[in-house]
Every structure is written in C-alpha cells, then in structure tokens.
Design a protein. Structure first.
Length: 147
C-alpha cells in the first residue's frame, strides 16, 4: 500500500478518488467535488488516497488542521473511507496511522473526526484504534438564498 496527497486539479481526484469517496458521500458529483476542494483547499482541506498494490485507489481521507479554543491545534478528519472491496484488509488502519503521523509532523495535539450515529461498524473500528468518544455533534440546517 502507498498513500499519496493530491492537490486540486489532479486528474486522479475525479477518476480514482471520487468513486471511493462517493461510498461515504453519495451526493458528490464530479463538479461539486471539484468546487468543494477548490474552496476548501484555501481553508486547509487536503485529500490523501491509499493505493493498493494493483487495485487502484482503495481508501480516501479528507482532512485539515484546525485551531480553536477547545482542541487547540487539531488534525480534523472530514472524510475517512475504505472502498467496500478492500474493507478488513488494513487500509483504514494504514490511513489512520498516516493521518496520525501527519498530525504529529504538523504539531497537532490531537486527531479528531465526527462519525454519523448510524455508522456502528466504523465506531467499532475507531474504538479498536484506541479513539475515544468525546462529544456529540449538533446540527441545524440553514436556509441559504441562491444567487
């Protein structure tokens, strides 16, 4: 397995990363993904992809460094997904270890991610990886005028 970071505009984002990412974020189109990454990159968003020996892209992480009063400097994981065909083969563990190392190199005090309450298999994985459940996330949709 090898893990690489991809910059906006890299052709592999649409061709190889997006199909895996859509397993977690099915609403993403190629155009929306490109727009989100273009805007998010300026805010620190990065994408890392895991490539199997000959399976193409088998895992994806979207992440950024955030600084706030609660966590101070944190590597925040927006997206963490292993392709269905590659689950239980160590892809998620390798990607999480990579993100932890990136966090240390970037002087982050912690790694954090949010996970939907329905993702019980993912929660078992996070707990096996010695992550703690530390908070609830509350959301409220906001109406936004188009234009």
């Amino acid at each position: 397995m090898r893990i690489i970071d991809l910059e906006p505009g890299d052709h592999r984002l649409a061709a190889e990363v997006l199909p895996v990412l859509r397993e977690l974020r099915p609403h993403l189109t190629e155009e929306l993904f490109a727009a989100v990454y273009a805007e998010g990159h300026a805010q620190g968003l990065r994408f890392s992809a895991v490539y199997g020996d000959d399976d193409g892209c088998v895992g994806v992480a979207g992440w950024r460094v955030i600084v706030n009063t609660s966590g101070l400097r944190t590597l925040y994981v927006d997206d963490l997904v292993t392709a269905g065909v590659a689950r239980s083969q160590g892809v998620g563990r390798a990607l999480l270890a990579y993100l932890e190392e990136r966090g240390r190199a970037l002087r982050c005090r912690r790694l954090r991610l949010d996970s939907g309450t329905q993702k019980t298999a993912a929660h078992r994985f996070y707990l096996r990886e010695r992550m703690d459940i530390r908070a609830f996330t509350f959301m409220k949709p906001l109406a936004v005028e188009e234009g």
